[in-house]
Design a protein around this ligand. Structure first.
Ligand SMILES: Nc1ncnc2c1ncn2[C@@H]1O[C@H](COP(=O)(O)OP(=O)(O)O)[C@@H](O)[C@H]1O
Ligand SMILES: [Mg+2]
Length: 363
């Protein structure tokens, strides 16, 4: 069997650079060497791509030689520059991008991959962009009849013109307590729980440091339930899991620092709740044009028992202890088999898009 030449792409310019390296390290260890010929591609904080030594862990790749993926379809060739001329630096059959956050899962990288013609794991340009934008996501969820908490969008220019007017609009539309979040961000960066009117303007200003759009959302006292998703059509849902954090909410510290954050797999839910949250999760990913993998996150309202759809992540955390692989493990799909399936889906999606007509033919 000829091996699949796989580019594992990680790192990146976002605040989730380290998280990405942790995910890539776990994937690298689990990829079957008899099946895959892996090229490590580390994106530095400066945006340069470096090719690592496959014998070393991904974290060591950032010092590797600088390579490029040309934005022109061809032989899926990586390039490097030698004395001012481009040379081939290897070919790839598929790319597994595991870059979280802006520039990695927001559709921009997917645009480059589309132009280069290399098949890649995960959602395409549109699906990635939609899933990254919490505010556009909510509009589409609401239009699809999916349950979302009331929200008000505030733009950073509006905050600059008059923060008190923006704050007043958020207060009258959403009330307190509320969550204030940058629309395009992850890992809880720039997110505030606001419980007093005085805390609102500083929270809006801080969230606006991370994105030009800020989402103000009604806060609920809730359990956090997550469902892992796999496939294109059909999309399959895993058993649900639950996150129990001992902090005020599931913030950056709880996600990556706090050892006391518990992941319950499966989540203690009754059969009706389980069926309904899995169904909502599949519909959520389909609504945002997701493909390959995703993780839908819900807030289960402690007072009413309702599920509120919070977000769908197109590139969820992927270390072996992360929720996404653990949910699949509990659903009967082990980590290496999960990777194989994602790569198959990438090749399948590419074959489908290649089969589309690119010329007008009179029928
Ligand atoms: N409306 C809300 N009500 C209650 N808790 C919330 C709400 N919005 C966010 N949170 C809390 O903040 C955390 C991070 O918010 P989230 O929207 O998931 O952003 P991120 O993309 O950074 O994960 C959630 O996991 C949850 O603990
Ligand atoms: Mg979240």
């Amino acid at each position: 069997m000829t091996k699949i030449r796989l580019g594992l792409l990680f790192g990146g310019r976002s605040v989730e650079h380290e998280v990405s390296i942790a995910s890539a390290t776990a994937i690298h260890e689990a990829l079957d060497p008899a099946r895959y010929d892996v090229t490590l591609l580390a994106v530095g904080r400066d945006g340069q791509w470096h090719r690592g030594n496959p014998g070393l862990p991904p974290a060591a790749s950032l010092d590797g030689e600088v390579v490029n993926l040309p934005a022109s379809a061809g032989e899926h060739r990586l390039l490097r520059w030698e004395h001012g001329a481009a040379e081939s630096a290897g070919q790839l059959d598929v790319i597994f991008p595991i870059l979280h956050g802006r520039g990695g899962e927001d559709g921009s990288l997917q645009g480059l991959l589309e132009l280069s013609g290399v098949p890649y794991v995960g959602s395409g340009v549109l699906g990635s962009a939609l899933q990254m934008d919490k505010e556009v996501s909510k509009r589409l969820f609401a239009a699809a009849g999916l349950p979302v908490l009331a929200w008000v969008l505030v733009r950073s220019r509006e905050i600059a013109r008059g923060a008190d007017v923006a704050a007043e609009r958020a207060l009258s539309g959403v009330g307190l307590p509320m969550f204030v979040k940058p629309a395009n961000q992850g890992s809880s960066v720039g997110i505030h729980k606001v419980t007093t009117p005085e805390a609102l303007i500083p929270a809006l200003r801080d969230a606006a440091r991370y994105d030009a759009k800020v989402l103000c959302e009604r806060a609920v006292d809730a359990r956090e339930i997550e469902v892992a998703l796999l496939g294109i059509d059909p999309i399959e849902a895993s058993v649900p899991g639950e996150i129990r954090s001992h902090r005020e909410f599931y913030d950056y510290e709880a996600k990556y620092v706090d050892e006391d954050t518990e992941l319950l797999v499966p989540a203690p839910l009754d059969p009706d709740q389980t069926a309904s949250v899995r169904d909502l999760a599949v519909r959520a990913m389909a609504t945002l044009e997701g493909a390959g993998l995703g993780r839908a996150d819900f807030l289960l309202d402690r007072s009413t028992g309702e599920f509120w759809l919070n977000e769908v992540n197109s590139l969820p955390g992927f270390t072996e202890v992360s929720m996404f692989p653990r949910l699949w493990e509990a659903s009967g799909l082990a980590y290496p088999a999960l990777l194989d399936r994602l790569i198959e889906l990438a090749l399948e999606r590419h074959r489908e898009s290649e089969s589309l007509e690119t010329l007008y033919r009179r029928s």
